[in-house]
Design a protein around this ligand. Structure first.
Ligand code: 5GP
Length: 204
């Protein structure tokens, strides 16, 4: 069975990644979502093991040392990282794995898995992004300002990714459809096909 695709969706906090990915995963079989680990405190309504694995700094650092993080980074004062086991097991079972991570982590993944597909999800403009960040009502002005600065840096690097999808306000379904089209096209790439199917066809 061919391995699944590793789909990395970087994009600034407030780009609407969560909504778009919920739409994609809710409507399509064969995809799974890698739950990240973090040291940030849960927001109201967030559940351990569902939104994130919420860890102490000591536990997170232990897992890094044990090689259990595929990638990790520090973002606005907290660690975030992708647990390795789940990704490895899901890809070898043929499922596509979606990583919802920021750009430094995305670059680390691309180095480790050159065949990963990087899709940058972008808000339509900074005003929309700011409104989305404020709409959460959970962060201080200082954290919002730091997240906005970070978002500008991330958007400036967007051209380095394989695809860019603009997530318009109210456009999550459309953005999810665009993401699905990217995955479908990527599966048909001559290189991937040659790897798996053509070899089998020739009995190699
Ligand atoms: P938030 O605190 O808003 O949930 O996430 C902050 C940023 O960390 C977002 O850009 C999010 O995509 C990113 N992030 C979440 N999980 C991971 C992860 O496992 N690795 C990396 N590198 N970034 C992550």
């Amino acid at each position: 069975m061919p391995n699944g695709l590793l789909i990395v969706v970087p994009g600034p906090a407030g780009s609407g990644k969560g909504t778009v990915l919920a739409e994609l995963l809710g409507k399509n079989d064969g995809f799974c979502y890698s739950v990240s680990a973090t040291t940030r405190a849960p927001r109201p309504g967030e559940r351990d093991g569902v939104n994130y694995f919420f860890l102490t700094r000591a536990e997170f650092e232990k897992r890094i040392a044990e090689g259990r993080m595929l990638e990790h980074t520090e973002y606005v004062g907290n660690y975030y990282g992708t647990p390795r086991d789940y990704v490895d097991a899901s890809l070898s079972s043929g499922r596509h794995v979606v990583l919802e991570i920021e750009v430094d982590g995305a670059a680390q993944v691309k180095r480790l898995f050159p065949s990963a597909v990087l899709v940058f999800l972008c808000p339509p403009d900074l005003r929309t992004l700011e409104a989305r960040l404020r709409g959460r009502n959970t962060e201080t002005e200082e954290v919002i300002a730091r997240r906005l600065r970070k978002a500008k840096e991330e958007i400036a690097r967007a051209a380095a990714y394989d695809y860019i999808i603009v997530n318009e306000d109210g456009g999550a379904a459309q953005a999810a459809q665009a993401l699905l089209s990217v995955v479908q096209a990527e599966q048909l790439r001559a290189g991937r096909c040659a790897d798996e199917r053509i070899r089998a066809f020739l009995g190699a």
